[in-house]
Design a protein around this ligand. Sequence first.
Ligand code: NAP
Length: 320
Amino acid sequence: MSDNPTSAEAPMFKRLALIGVGLIGSSISHAARRAGLVGEIVGSSPSSETRKRAEELGLATKMYADPSEAVRGADLVILCAPVGAYAAIAKTIGPHLEQGAIVSDVGSVKSAVVRDIAPHIPEGVHFIAGHPVAGTEQSGPDAGFAELFDGRWCILTPEADADESALAQLRTFWERLGSDVEIMSPDHHDMVLAITSHVPHLIAYNIVNTAAHLERVTDKEVIKFSAGGFRDFTRIAASDPVMWRDVFLNNKEAVLEMLGRFSEDLVTLQRAIRFGDGATLEKLFTDARTIRRGIIQASQDTPQPDFGRRAGAGAKSSAR
Ligand code: NAP
């Protein structure tokens, strides 16, 4: 593969193995080639359609059904499959990893991933878990794009005895993919992501299903008047079901803790509505609006009204 032939610098890694080439794996391939970071990219995926498509798109020079073949000779291996598959993948590839190689992942939960992968990593191979906090509701090899990680955080959760030089290399790799890198413990990661990502997805899945099961409002009306707010939940609820099943099965405690707090706060809102307590409602809504402004100031979303949708271009602007 000709990975950025104009790049004057030698690639950081001679061979990158991507285990899974869906949205995240394919985006890593695009961004790594954009930055000239790797000599060659190979991949592994269970389905023959995905393997064929990944080769057609040039995401990898060679795709293998067996991940242990993909990791041979690789100095960087990144697991990009749903987290429920990590233990089996790690067990399969463990004996075939190159001495000195770095093994990482992109899973949306971290404690369970470290638990599942670390025992299969041989002496002399460096395992550092990671999570790019970037994504869309799309999936599969066609969904990826080079800009996905630009200006987004990538969280690395190294174990206490992680190799300093391997950690520095992985940090540089993600920075050159476009990300800002933050280091934290797996437990802390799981607590932060439970409230910023996992519970919001659960709420979106739930509200979409609640609307779908309403008897007094027709399906047609739910879709027709969706610009009132509902459609923004449907975007999140369109995310990959297998990936999200695995997130909730593998971040149970933190999600249940945050869900408990969420339920208590919801009861406060419920009471304020029931008792006509406008002051409480206004205060809570004002606090929430401040959070949105903070996200925009931190360049984590567009300041454009209605997320930058153009009125009349496909979707009409929101009626709130
Ligand atoms: P995706 O688009 O659905 O792609 C998943 C890929 O994993 C597919 O190529 C699939 O292959 C492959 N796969 C499934 N089982 C596998 C196995 N046993 N061995 C090897 N490959 C396997 O998913 P994604 O959105 O890229 O998510 C991948 C990972 O990134 C997940 O761990 C997720 O938690 C994490 N993540 C996702 C987002 C997001 O917003 N989507 C953001 C950050 C991190 P086939 O097509 O052949 O089945």
